[in-house]
Design a protein around this ligand. Structure first.
Ligand SMILES: C[S@@+](CC[C@H](N)C(=O)[O-])C[C@H]1O[C@@H](n2cnc3c(N)ncnc32)[C@H](O)[C@@H]1O
Length: 202
């Protein structure tokens, strides 16, 4: 039995190549609405020029593919702790993989943003729950915000572990402004928040 303040143990290890490949098919069947989330991310970024994008927990590259096709992307950094997932992403992206920088890093490590540079958008889909406890969520999003240029956006989508997680995301804010819901379907939601311009930071 685990206590509520303990991290939830990793049951599905995406660093295992067979597990990573199996997940792609499982999620296609279990969450047929994922393409509408890809579209909602694209819609949120479509009007922004020359985007520098960081994706956290980028997995098999499906969101990267959708954003590279739809948006004006000048740089795309795909961060994941699984070399197996990066290999699947390179396979899925084909020629588009040459436009992606793959970074193998663990976003539970507080220093994960070090040296990555500045971004106009940080995006994450079905990955932030991998911090393994809801108390780690706002710190993860706060660190993500530190990689954003002023006026840059964080687009965060995940399934809800518990109903309170929805409230936590909505209220926690992680230093972001104009936090709003962009898409909600199944038990998943896409939230958008903006890194405030320096003059409006309190
Ligand atoms: C459920 S998959 C989602 C993949 C992708 N975002 C998508 O929706 O297609 C979760 C991803 O997060 C990655 N991941 C899990 N824990 C991580 C960690 N601590 N640091 C970095 N990546 C992690 C996994 O390797 C996996 O690729």
């Amino acid at each position: 039995m685990t206590h509520d303040d303990e991290d939830v143990p990793i049951r599905v290890d995406f660093r295992d190549a067979a597990t990573a490949r199996a997940w792609i098919e499982e999620t296609r069947i279990k969450r047929p609405y994922r393409p509408r989330f890809f579209a909602a991310f694209g819609e949120a970024l479509a009007s922004r020029p020359a985007l520098r994008i960081l994706e956290l927990g980028s997995g098999p590259g499906q969101l990267a593919r959708a954003l590279l096709a739809r948006c004006d992307v000048s740089a795309y950094v795909a961060l994941d702790f699984s070399p197996a997932m990066h290999a699947l992403a390179a396979e899925h992206l084909g020629a588009l993989a040459s436009r992606v920088t793959f970074v193998t890093r663990d976003f539970r490590e507080p220093a994960w943003p070090d040296g990555l540079g500045g971004f106009d958008a940080v995006v994450t889909l079905q990955a932030a729950h991998e911090t393994r406890h809801r108390r780690h969520l706002v710190p993860l999003l706060e660190r993500a915000r530190t990689t954003l240029a002023p006026g840059g956006v964080l687009l965060y989508a995940d399934h809800y572990l518990t109903p309170e997680t929805r409230l936590l995301v909505a209220r926690g804010r992680a230093g972001l402004v104009d936090v709003h819901l962009r898409h909600e379907e199944g038990n998943m939601a896409l939230w958008c928040g903006t890194n405030p311009a320096l003059s409006s930071v309190r």
